[in-house]
Ligand binder design. Sequence first.
Ligand code: HEC
Ligand code: HEC
Length: 390
Amino acid sequence: MSTIRSAVLQANRTASAIALAVLAIAIFAVVALRSSAMVPLDARFPTSPSTTDLATLRRAYATEPSSWPRPRLLPGAHFAEMAPLSILPQPTGKARDLARIGAKLFEDPLLSASGHIACQSCHNRRLGWGDGLPTSFGHGRAKGKRNAPGLFTAAYRSPLFWDGRSSSLEEQALAPLADNREMANADNFVGLLERINASDRYRAEFASVTGRPKIDLEDVTAALAEFQRTLERQTRFDRFLEGQTNALSDTEIWGLHLFRTKAGCANCHNGPTLSDGRFHNLGLSFFNRTLEDLGRYGVTGNAEDTGKFLTPSLRHVSRTGPYMHNGIFPSLAGTVRFYEGGGGRVRIDETVTPPRRNLMQEAAKKSPQLEPFELTPDEVAALVAYLQTL
Ligand code: HEC
Ligand code: HEC
């Protein structure tokens, strides 16, 4: 009897020991799993991440963008997932010849009425195809009111200009050529075509492409456009998107995560060019002040477009400062701080009377995809580091 009982007891003890061991292993496994999955891969990601947290983040972004941590989107956002830009192959044959003529025209002040200003006066190769100034100077040093955008990505964007008033590179070139603050060809391009047709070299070069002895305005704009189609370059972030996960450092991936989550940038800057191709009011219209620029309203005349500007591409952005349509921010960190505060403010001036009063009220309505947030100095640095990979 007693031997049976002790055998049963023994068996019970063994069973409990096994059960305990299984339980311990299970608890250990759960704890281990939890600690790696514990760090939240959303806007709550730690403000001072450990190396383990950063390693977890890196693993989450070492996949196809479609399985990355989801961006934090506000109602009404038009989000397209980030993707590498497919860069056009360099042109061949006649297109290449045309691009070469375009490159020469681009740097030739012959295109301006004064003979002093070329496209490259404001779109300088060494300044990211911008001019490094808040706003550009043109004909007779007349000061324009907008910042010259870098042109790397111009061929991949439509519409063009800060207010989206042009739909193609061919159409776009006519604007600076005619603008009396830029190249000032105020005579319907008659003088420009005389000057360019007086050049034996340009005539011969164009003739070899067009087969015509005379150069038309369309030839000039086609050549300039073809040249600008050759400016785009692959970026470090493109390589990361293509699967070269070591193309970005841990800090830069942290910045990418902030861009998509806490800082909310991906609400508007998304897709392969990092622009949603839409118009938004960030509160930068400077309504009723010296810098006033009503943006898209100037093109459509619709009150609700007051103060809206086209989301620019952020490709190559570290090379194209100062920033915004009026170049008011000298640095990327300053730009991030502006967004942290939820954008700019439009002062409501009670003395403004209709119909301007209505426009003022519209100018004060900021984009619903804009929300204030708070970043630590390290987070700002990480976000800026990411912007520099674009
Ligand atoms: C006097 C300075 C100046 C000159 C000269 C000039 N540009 Fe510009 N360019 C600007 C400014 C400023 C803008 C932005 C204007 C706006 O959005 O209203 C701009 C915008 C553009 C854009 C649109 C880019 C985008 O992403 O929206 C293109 C393309 C462009 N310029 C090409 C040219 C070409 C080609 C020439 C020569 C025919 C030229 N520019 C001459 C200052 C200049
Ligand atoms: C509501 C849409 C929206 C959101 C959200 C947004 N942007 Fe923008 N961004 C724009 C628009 C529109 C402009 C042009 C505004 C202007 O010039 O008045 C712009 C301009 C910029 C520029 C200037 C580019 C240049 O070439 O001058 C930078 C840099 C930039 N944004 C970065 C960011 C970052 C970083 C975030 C997140 C912190 C962010 N944006 C969030 C719409 C947005």
